[in-house]
Ligand binder design. Structure first.
Ligand code: SGN
Ligand code: CA
Length: 515
């Protein structure tokens, strides 16, 4: 009798699971949408990532709530803004005893896994399987922490290794259950170290410069003055751009510090011996040019920009190739139709706009993130949406796709009905933003922001400075309208929206009273 009951229960579960899709969430690190050809054709071709747009939906207006790594990851797990999930900056540890999206999925019978970058200081919880990079992780022969707590070294290039590990797990998972897999790449994060085959392809290319590459950032607000994310001034020759220190050691204006020299030595020691000569040969071209031409100022920026973009895009090429490996795997195993696939980044990234690299600012370049989603049979191929969505929405969306109720404490909205076309818009006209991390790295002043479809208001609260941008007439956010008499009504209205969101999301600790 009991056996019969068990059998009925098992059959019921199987039927239930058969209807529950698998979900693969792929997130790379610092991958700006401009470096995906589905968004922008001027820099790189990414046919595999584009396949998700072709066979699914592309979000033109996906944003984060705090443009930095750890916070974006904690938001993915909780569907909450930083002040609620506790990870307001990269130094904070995620309290893994908290309830989270993976724990809810696990309780609903899903098999859960996370592989790759984690960066939340505590170990993952709510996952049946995990294998993570310690901290930022390494590009070459990365170390990986296993569930036993042991750290192993895996030979190979990080983006390939993380995908190998993912496919290994997909092969040995319990195939009777649906799964949710978080695949988190390290690339194309700083110091942008490419696989040799893609460096070969990209190091000879010349890329178009953004319109604001040579913008004067010193005579604007305090935040623009204080930031240290300038390609010309802050991007380092021997680490970021892999110039052999031997070429620039004796040139005062290029002289590398000990960190850069140590990095160059370490990375060249780590690359496979067979490739080392070629890596050095390619990068020697940069050293020779500096030694022989001694460019400075704009001329130097011109070269640094090209070298930066070459390496960055070559890293992206590996990410694209490896997204292709996952999609091929799904095809081969006939899992494509039963699996929803999402691709995104932890946030956007400056690719030379304002002369900058890095992220952090509430400006669209860094607040925006790519988001593509394929879910066969549910999302119409080739769909595009301009609805404003935010990374607080990812956890509710994944739960909703899995058929698991979204708890009230999550602050995001499920995008399921938006992507399946059952709902035309989300009931939300403004997005909330709060950046906290004021550190030596890039020294971006903390700020609050509110983004509507037309205007954005930013408040750098530690220096009491405001900015207002008209995103329609000034999408590059170059003209601060805060003091313009014609915009004072808009300023008041946006301030009211900011206060409303602050109350709604219950964020009252850091910024004090707004006035
Ligand atoms: C490192 C980088 C920074 C970067 C932060 C945060 N410096 O500290 O450029 O902003 O990580 O990046 S480095 O010299 O160590 O490369 S994040 O993606 O983890 O948020
Ligand atoms: Ca990042």
């Amino acid at each position: 009798m009991n056996k019969l009951l068990l059998l009925i229960l098992l059959l019921f579960c199987n039927k239930l699971f058969a209807q529950q899709p698998n979900i693969i969430y792929i997130m790379s690190d610092d991958h700006d949408a401009d470096a995906i050809s589905a968004y922008n054709k001027k820099l790189i071709q990414t046919p595999n990532i584009d396949r998700l747009a072709k066979e699914g939906i592309k979000f033109n207006n996906a944003f984060v709530g705090n443009s930095i790594c750890g916070p974006a990851r904690a938001t993915l797990l909780t569907g909450q803004h930083s002040h609620k999930n506790g990870v307001i900056d990269n130094r904070k540890r995620f309290d893994s005893s908290r309830m989270s999206m993976p724990k809810l999925l696990q309780a609903a019978g899903y098999q859960t896994a996370v592989i790759g970058k984690w960066h939340l200081h505590s170990y993952p919880a709510g996952f049946d399987y995990w294998k993570i990079l310690p901290g930022q992780g390494l590009y070459v022969n990365p170390r990986l922490i296993e569930m036993t707590g042991d750290t192993i070294t895996q030979q190979g290039y990080a983006t390939d290794v993380i995908t190998d590990e993912t496919i290994k797990w997909l092969e040995q998972r319990d195939k009777s259950k649906p799964f949710v897999l978080l695949l988190h790449h390290k690339a194309p994060h700083r110091y942008f170290f490419p696989d040799l085959k893609y460096l070969e392809e990209f190091h000879t290319k010349t890329f178009p410069e953004p319109a604001t590459l040579y913008a004067d950032t010193m005579n604007r607000s305090s935040a623009w003055h204080i930031q240290t994310m300038s390609i010309l001034r802050d991007m380092q020759l021997c680490s970021d751009l892999k110039v052999d220190p031997a070429y620039v050691m004796d040139i005062p204006e290029y002289k590398p510090d000990s960190t850069q020299i140590a990095y160059y030595k370490a990375i060249m020691n780590r690359v496979p011996e067979k490739q080392r000569i070629r890596y050095k040969e390619i990068y020697a071209e940069r050293g020779k040019l500096l030694r022989d031409l001694r460019p400075t100022g704009k001329e130097l920026l011109k070269y640094k920009y090209q070298w930066y973009i070459q390496d960055f895009l070559a890293c992206v090429a590996s990410v694209d190739e490896n997204v292709g490996r996952i999609l091929d795997y799904l095809d081969q195993k006939k899992l494509t139709n039963s699996t929803a696939v999402l691709y995104t980044s932890d946030q956007g990234f400056f690719l030379g706009e304002n002369g900058w690299f890095d992220k952090r600012f509430a400006y669209d370049v860094s607040m925006q993130t790519p988001l593509l989603m394929r879910w066969p049979g549910q999302i119409k191929p080739g769909s595009v949406t301009n609805s404003m969505v935010q990374n607080i929405d990812y956890a509710p969306t994944i739960l909703d796709i899995a058929g698991v109720p979204v708890p009230g404490w999550m602050q995001g909205l499920s995008l399921k009905h938006l992507v399946t076309n059952k709902k035309k818009t989300l009931n939300r006209n403004y997005l909330y933003y709060h950046y906290y991390e004021f550190v030596r790295d890039h020294t971006v002043i903390p700020h609050l922001a509110v983004r509507g479809t037309r205007y954005k208001l930013i408040y750098f609260y530690t220096v009491n400075e405001w900015e207002l941008y008209d995103l329609k007439t000034d999408p590059q956010e170059q003209k601060n309208l805060i003091k313009n008499p014609a915009y004072q009504k808009t300023v008041q209205q946006m301030k009211a929206e900011l206060l409303k969101l602050r109350d709604q999301y219950d964020d009252h600790e850091k910024a004090g009273e707004l006035n």
